[in-house]
Structures are given as structure tokens and as C-alpha cells.
Design a protein around this ligand. Structure first.
Ligand code: HEM
Length: 598
């Protein structure tokens, strides 16, 4: 009977996932694995003025524009050369101010592309070779440029410069791969709306090599094809459905309270009583605890002042794994063959991570299985994620552990960087911080928030949206083409990595007025409707979009709320952030935020 109840819940979740998936137009697809080469971005001063070659698209007015490039059926995806106003006009469907805060393109079901007139020359399908872009050197391509000392962590600026020079779509020989880089929301929309049931995002190659070495299947971050889909279906319902995601808010509140206690201890130890050394690391520990609670329903203990040596080792291993993962970004296989220091450290770090993951998770999985077999049914009982995954019966014990470990690794740093940038932006923008505090004081006073309260707090949502627009923790997303395609009138070979440049798009002055400014209010104004809905997509789009999106948003809301309830945050005038790309977009090792007690 209990099993029936659980099974029913699981089925319901799975059905939900299926119906969401069917919204995406399915294209013939063959899952392929491709090496990772995911450059990332960080803030730049100027604004790109993409200026690509003319390539109008007379072929279509419908939304099925990303096509397989068979000779008899070569249609272009969309033109890169529409002016900004064309682009904006054609996306007048944009975002509705009423719904912009709660929904995003992942909830949209329609596309209303308009065709533009074009000359025969403009509509000619061009070869891949004709696509503009930097030439680079043999074998290494443009890699040397990225590894030059002065460019460390500044891939975003190189990318942006290239977009200015070569247009909204260009190709780049990135080490052994030939990447295509895109910074036009219309083209991004076409690519993402038209992908098949198994979108292929190039995984970090070093993660895949580690999994192969240790004969692990990995999880949703690194896998492709059927196994990815099964994993995703098993994770989706409990993480993506808003009513379930709301369940985690209580745990986030208590973890945030713990974090605030820790901040108070740390700042009390400083001479000024307001600053916190290595604040980004502390935020990282906080999100580790919060994500751990969501995924594993356990308290890891990362915020304990007397943290156990094992947890300390775990935290250090995660740091090393990401750092070496970034060093191995290109030519990971070569590092493995020559057993370089970076490779050995990477393997050692993953071994440590999996050792603790096993310890934390294996027992929980076994307990969940036992409970499932033994307990009397209680339909009202809330099932935690691990119990849900076990009840789904779709993954083995090892596969559940691999999936949760990868999801944990995928989430911790990303949301930590989101929170860090948000605190920085609030500290540097007192009027926005005051407005946020007013809303929090009015709706909550000093009490904790619930999921229902958030419905009455548009400004807190606008603060999070605006933070992720300015500093998308994943500044460049990517896809691997699974068949030869025509995109923006260029024939693109199968197996090409397409970089979707979140950062450049979400700071595009043709779309956002004063794009470098932190203006949460912009999300509450009518102008929202004029933005192309794919201009700011920090969580990606579609069936392969971020599985932790709801969790992250709630986590950032709770962090923003409790911070302004307790503190007045001010910018430390003695230094500023150095946003850097290290696998992700990070603010640097120190954050210039002072916490004054309210
Ligand atoms: C502000 C915080 C976050 C941002 C901006 C973010 C962004 C992203 C992006 C852009 C992707 C790629 C989506 C695509 O390919 O279209 C992604 C994937 C993913 N994210 Fe997040 N993420 C965040 C937090 C989290 C958290 C907290 C978790 C875990 C609870 C998480 C788990 C994942 C996983 C597992 C994937 C891979 C999904 C798949 O390939 O099916 N993320 N995220």
C-alpha cells in the first residue's frame, strides 16, 4: 500500500516531466560526447556592438527554423543581421512585467519569429569556412590568447572583443575544437528551442575522464543520451516543480540563520567589527550546507566553528577539483596521458569527494530503501529527494550517488557565486538595498519567509534577476551540434561546440538600457516586454536547463531577505572585486562588503 502511494507520487512526477518535455520540438538526434571547452566570462566595461555580415532569411515565418542541413532542405535558422530594433520588435512577445519575475523562457510555449526580406546573396547558405572569426595558430588555435598572463580569467573580454570584431556569430579554433560563438538572443532562441530530446552540452572533459578512470557512470552534469534522460526524469519532479521546491525554504531559513551567526563571530574577530575575511569561501560553505540539506536532507556541518577534519578535507577537495578542472579545460586527455601534476591533483580531489559522498549518501539510500519496504503508508508525509529517487526505481544505488554528487558539485559554487555577487551589488547600491529592506520590513518584519510570502515580494525577485543578469555565474553555456545544421545561414558541421554567450547578451545596450547598472526596478517596469526573452537566461533553457534553478532562486531570496533583516551592508572602500572566470564567474577571493548591525 505504501509502495502504491509512493509509486503514485513518483508516476505523477514523471508524467509531469514528460509533458514538459513534449513542448520542445523534437529533432532527430544521436547522442554524442564531445570534449569540454567552455570558456567563461566576467564583467567588461564597454558594450558590444555586434556587427556581423548581412544574412537575411527569406525562407520561413514559422518557428521550426533550426534544420538539418540536407542539400535539398537547407534553410537558415535566423538572420544575425537584423538591427537591434528589428530584433527587439520581433520579440515583442518578450516578457510580461507581471510574469517576468516568476517565469522565464522555460515556461514559454510559443515563438513568433518574423521573417525578414533578403536578397539572393544574403540568403545564400554559406560554408563553415566562410564564417568570420579569429584564425589562431595550428593545433592550439586561439588558446594562447586565453592563457596569456594578462588575460587570465578574462575570457569574457576576449569573447566580447571578438563579437565586436566579427559579429554576433563567429567561429574560433579553440585548441583542438572549432567553436562557434553566438551572442544574439534570436539565434540562441532558435538553437535552444529546436534541440532534440537529448540536448548535448559539452561536459567538463576532466570530469568525464575521471568517471571513466574509476568506472563511474556519472550523473546529469556529464552524461548524455538515455542515461542522462533517466537521471533527469528522476531528479526533475522534486527539484523543478515549484510546490516541491517551496518545501526546502524552511531548511534554507535555518541554514541562513546559522550562516549569520557565523558571520557575526567572524566579523567580531576583526578590528573594524564589520568585515569578514575570505567571505566568498564562507558563502561557499553556507551554500554547501544549504544545497546539502536539499539534496541529502542532512546537516553536513560546514558552518561549524569546530568543523571536523573530514569536512575540511571535503571542502578543500572541492576547491582543488574546480581549480585543476579549469587548468585541464583544454587538452585534459594530454594531461592524463602525461600524468601531469594538475591531472593527479584532480583525480585525488575527486577521490576525496566521492569518498565522503559515499559516506554521506550510501547509508541514506539504504535507509530510504528500507523505509520504503517496511513503513506503513502516510500519504501526507513529505518525501525527501533521496527517498523519492529510490522510490522511482529508475537508478541503481551507485547511479543515485553519482547523480547527487554531480548535482551537488554543479550547484554549490554556482549559487555561492550568485549570492556573493548579490551581496556585493546590494552593498554598492544603497538605494536598492533600502528598497529591498522596505519590502522585507513591510511583508515580514523580522520573521522568516515562507513560499507564500515570496508571492508578495516582487522586489526581492527583481534583485535576484538583476544580479544574475549582470553576473551570470555560468557566463557561457554551450551545446554540441548532433547533426549538420544551418544556423544564421552558415552550414555548421555535426559535432561543433556552440557557445551561447549569456554574459555578452545580458549586457547588450541594444536591449537593456544602462546595461552596466544594477537596476532591479527594470524588472518591474513595462520595458520588460520589449526585451527578447532569451537575452538573459542565466539558467539556460529547455529540458537540459539547470535542474537547480528553483532551489537557487529560493536560496538567493532567503539570503537577500535575512541579510537586510539583520544588517546594513556597505562597500568596503579599501578595495574592489576582480571578477574572474575560473570555470565559473567568481568575484575573487575577497568580497568588499561590510556588515553593520541594524
Ligand atoms: C544561481 C545559481 C545557478 C545558476 C545560474 C545555474 C546555471 C546553470 C546553467 C546555465 C546550466 C546549463 C543549462 C543548459 O545547459 O541549458 C546549469 C546546469 C545544471 N545545474 Fe545549475 N545553476 C545554478 C545553481 C544550481 C544548483 C543550486 C544546482 C543543484 C541543486 C544546480 C544543478 C545543475 C545541474 C545538475 C545541471 C546540469 C543539468 C543537465 O545537464 O541536465 N545548479 N546550471
Amino acid at each position: 500500500m505504501r509502495e502504491q502511494v509512493l509509486r503514485k507520487a513518483v508516476d505523477k512526477g514523471l508524467k509531469m516531466a514528460v509533458s514538459t518535455r513534449t513542448r520542445t520540438r523534437l529533432a532527430p538526434a544521436a547522442a554524442t560526447s564531445s570534449p569540454s571547452s567552455t570558456p567563461h566570462a566576467s564583467p567588461a566595461r564597454g558594450v558590444a556592438t555586434p556587427d556581423g555580415p548581412s544574412a537575411g532569411c527569406p525562407h520561413h515565418t514559422n518557428k521550426s527554423q533550426l534544420t538539418s542541413a540536407t542539400p535539398s532542405n537547407s534553410r537558415c535558422v535566423f538572420t544575425q543581421t537584423r538591427s537591434a530594433s528589428d530584433s527587439i520588435a520581433s520579440s515583442a512577445r518578450g516578457l510580461n512585467p507581471q510574469t517576468a519575475l516568476d517565469s522565464d523562457v522555460n515556461d514559454a510555449t510559443t515563438s513568433t519569429m518574423t521573417a525578414t526580406a533578403a536578397t539572393t546573396e544574403e540568403s545564400r547558405v554559406r560554408s563553415f569556412d566562410e564564417m568570420p572569426g579569429p584564425k589562431g595558430y595550428p593545433v592550439v588555435g586561439t588558446l594562447l590568447e586565453y592563457f596569456r598572463k594578462e588575460n587570465h580569467g578574462r575570457m569574457h573580454e576576449i569573447q566580447r572583443r571578438n563579437h565586436r570584431q566579427y559579429g554576433t556569430i563567429f567561429k574560433e579554433p579553440f585548441g583542438p575544437a572549432k567553436n562557434v560563438c553566438v551572442a544574439d538572443p534570436s539565434i540562441v532562441e532558435e538553437i535552444l528551442r529546436s534541440e532534440g530530446p537529448y540536448p548535448n552540452r559539452p561536459p567538463y572533459e576532466s570530469w568525464v575522464l575521471y568517471n571513466n578512470l574509476r568506472k563511474r557512470r556519472g550523473g546529469v552534469m556529464t552524461s548524455q543520451g538515455e542515461y542522462w534522460k533517466t537521471s533527469r526524469r528522476t531528479l526533475n519532479p522534486k527539484l523543478m516543480k515549484p510546490q516541491f521546491a517551496g518545501e526546502y525554504i524552511e531548511g534554507m531559513n535555518s541554514t541562513t540563520e546559522e550562516f549569520i551567526t557565523r558571520l557575526r563571530e567572524l566579523k567580531a574577530a576583526q578590528a573594524d567589527g564589520q568585515s569578514v575575511r575570505q567571505l566568498p569561501l564562507e558563502i561557499n560553505k553556507y551554500t554547501m550546507e544549504a544545497v546539502g540539506k536539499v539534496l541529502l536532507n542532512v546537516r553536513i556541518g560546514t558552518l561549524d566553528p569546530d568543523m571536523s577534519p573530514k569536512i575540511r578535507e571535503f571542502i578543500e577537495a572541492i576547491g582543488v577539483m574546480f581549480l585543476t578542472g579549469h587548468q585541464l579545460m583544454a587538452f585534459a586527455k594530454v594531461h592524463q596521458i602525461f600524468r601531469t601534476k594538475a591531472w593527479k591533483q584532480h583525480v585525488q580531489a575527486w577521490d576525496t569527494i566521492y569518498s565522503l559522498s559515499n559516506e554521506l549518501m550510501a547509508q541514506r539510500v539504504d535507509e530510504a530503501r528500507q523505509r520504503l519496504e517496511e513503513m506503513t503508508p502516510d500519504p501526507g508525509e513529505k518525501m525527501d529527494l533521496i527517498s523519492y529517487m529510490v522510490a522511482a526505481g529508475t537508478l541503481t544505488r551507485e547511479e543515485i550517488i553519482d547523480n547527487l554528487t554531480e548535482t551537488f558539485m554543479g550547484g554549490v559554487d554556482t549559487v555561492a557565486n550568485g549570492v556573493a555577487f548579490m551581496l556585493y551589488l546590494l552593498a554598492t547600491n544603497q538605494s536598492a538595498q533600502n528598497k529591498l529592506r522596505e519590502e522585507v520590513d513591510t511583508v515580514l518584519g523580522q520573521r522568516s519567509c515562507t513560499a507564500a510570502d515570496l508571492q508578495a515580494m516582487p522586489y526581492v525577485k527583481a534583485v535576484v534577476k538583476e544580479t544574475l543578469r549582470l553576473f551570470p555565474p555560468i557566463p557561457l553555456n554551450a551545446r554540441v551540434t548532433q547533426e549538420e545544421l544551418v544556423i544564421s545561414n552558415y552550414r555548421i558541421p555535426k559535432g561543433t561546440i556552440i557557445m551561447l554567450n549569456n554574459y555578452t547578451m545580458s549586457r547588450d545596450e541594444r536591449i537593456f538600457s544602462d546595461p552596466e547598472m544594477f537596476t532591479p526596478d527594470r524588472w518591474l517596469r513595462a520595458e520588460v516586454a520589449s526585451w527578447h526573452p532569451f537575452s538573459a537566461i542565466p539558467f539556460g533553457y529547455g529540458v537540459r536547463s539547470c535542474v537547480g534553478r528553483r532551489v537557487s532562486e529560493n536560496m538567493m531570496y532567503v539570503a537577500a531577505i535575512q541579510m537586510v533583516q539583520k544588517f546594513i551592508m556597505k562597500k568596503d572602500p579599501t578595495f574592489d572585486i576582480t571578477p574572474t572566470v575560473r570555470t565559473q564567474f567568481t568575484p575573487g577571493p575577497e568580497l568588499p562588503v561590510l556588515f553593520e548591525e541594524r
